[in-house]
Design a protein around this ligand. Structure first.
Ligand code: FAD
Ligand code: PYC
Length: 416
């Protein structure tokens, strides 16, 4: 149970939010650490948390160039599910989903994980067959996943129009009832507070500008606040992973693409599940504030500007209006973008690198939020033990040489 008391809620409500203690310290960096994590998104902070908690490695700094959670962690639409096709992915994302189920208790921080069910729509016979294939694969892997007929879709989500204007007819869907949404920045803050309490230094506004490498082994990082020595370094920088890899002298098979989302004005509860359509590159859920949270597919050009183009928004909203005619008169409140690091097989890389003592966690593309706890957990193991955890062994960088790819384009949903 999350430990709040009514009295403490009341006290905070009446305190004008003044004199609150800081949730984590803001220390100056020490000259050296055992481990430095580059990137203070959810994955980097979770890695630091589990290094301290599970491996007793507390001499850790997380170096963030902006503010924690200001990258994709704070820009994503928070869909959590584990219905991936291949055994390796299913195991990794399901590990994360199980951690989500206890995360508010684990961190004593309400991450507002809401298992409201995620539906992935099928619009034609081919979609139906692919969806059934994935549902069957999920079930063989012990993951809750079911196939819905069109009328079951309507029963689960009454506001959907199954005809969808004739353009996107809904013939069925997959449903993962344990899937849902969470509060994105609470995840960053919860892990930050938990890591800080265990001695991890969180250093914000401090870009890493280079790596100190001697005789093929990492010795630390160069930063805007000067050099910081470290025995081991983990890069967890999402859309900037290739930039950091280049600084360390190796290349990654990544494309960095903009991915955008938008929210509507808030309305009363109208849709209590998550609906996604991989085929039309659109999805929708409703936040606790009442806003419709809507997202699109990637913009298909490489770019580092954290915004998407209007053309993509327009297409997505047109599809949403066909699927949910009720939403046609709603006004959109704001739109934003993030930059996602996409791999050729739409699966992440959690791996040692050609530089000894340097590890990389990247390539989550459009779908890494759901993996945050599991990713941090297994990446901490990889760094602490200098070998992959069983759950991320298949996700090492050398699969692009061996050819053992894990093609998850179908499950990636907004399909990068
Ligand atoms: P980030 O949160 O981006 O953290 C990386 C950090 O590294 C950043 O804070 C950055 O500032 C920092 N950094 C970069 N360079 C440096 C440097 N040189 N020095 C120091 N720090 C540096 N996934 C889902 O599972 N479900 C969804 O519904 C979903 N929706 C999405 C919607 C949008 C619009 C976007 C953009 C993404 C979405 N994703 C979703 C993907 C998800 O957001 C990411 O995969 C995930 O958040 C990546 O987390 P991270 O911690 O690795 O990256
Ligand atoms: O991976 O489920 C997902 C997702 C939804 C929206 C963006 N990514």
């Amino acid at each position: 149970m999350v430990r709040y008391s009514f009295l403490s809620l009341l006290r905070n409500a009446l305190s004008y939010h003044e004199n609150w203690p800081q949730a984590w310290r803001s220390p100056e960096p020490k000259p050296s650490y055992e481990v430095v994590i580059v990137g203070g998104g959810g994955h980097g902070l979770a890695t630091a948390y589990y290094l301290a908690k599970e491996h007793g490695i507390t001499d850790v700094a997380v170096i963030e160039r902006g503010w924690i959670g200001g990258g994709n962690t704070g820009r994503n639409t928070t869909i959590v599910r584990s219905n991936y096709l291949w055994d390796e992915s299913a195991a990794l994302y399901e590990h994360a989903l199980k951690l989500w189920e206890g995360l508010s208790q684990e961190l004593n921080y309400n991450v507002m994980f809401s298992q409201r069910g995620v539906m992935n729509l099928a619009h034609n016979q081919h979609d139906l067959r692919e969806t059934a294939r994935r549902v069957n694969a999920n079930r063989l892997n012990g993951i809750d996943s079911e196939m819905l007929t069109a009328s079951q879709v309507k029963a689960f989500c009454p506001v959907i129009d199954l005809r969808a204007g004739g353009r996107y007819p809904v013939l069925g869907a997959s449903l993962q009832r344990r899937g849902g949404t969470a509060r994105h920045d609470a995840v960053a803050w919860g892990y930050a507070r938990g890591a800080d309490a265990r001695g991890v230094d969180i250093i914000q506004n401090c870009p890493v500008t280079g790596f100190i490498i001697e005789n093929g082994r990492v010795q630390g990082v160069e930063t805007a606040k000067g050099p910081i020595r470290a025995r081991k370094v983990g890069i967890v920088a999402a859309g900037h992973s290739s930039v950091l890899a280049e600084m360390a002298g190796f290349r990654l098979p990544l494309q960095i693409l903009p991915l955008q989302a938008l929210v509507s004005e808030p309305v009363k509860p109208i849709i209590d599940c998550v609906v996604m359509s991989g085929a039309v590159h659109a999805y929708v859920s409703q936040s606790d504030k009442g806003e419709l949270v809507i997202g699109a597919g990637v913009d298909h050009y490489v770019g580092y500007g954290q915004r998407g183009s209007l053309m993509v928004t327009e297409e997505t909203l047109a599809a949403i209006c066909e699927l949910f005619p009720l939403f046609r008169r709603m006004r959109m409140l704001r739109q934003w973008g993030g930059i996602v690091d996409t791999c050729p097989d739409a699966s992440p890389i959690l791996s040692k690198t050609p530089v000894e003592g340097l590890y990389i966690n990247c390539g989550w593309g459009t779908g890494g939020f759901k993996a945050t706890p599991g990713s941090g957990h297994v990446f901490a193991h990889t760094i602490a033990q200098d070998r992959p955890h069983a759950l991320n062994a298949a996700f090492s960088i050398d699969r692009y040489q061996t050819g053992y790819l894990i093609d998850e384009h179908g499950a990636a949903a907004v399909a990068h």
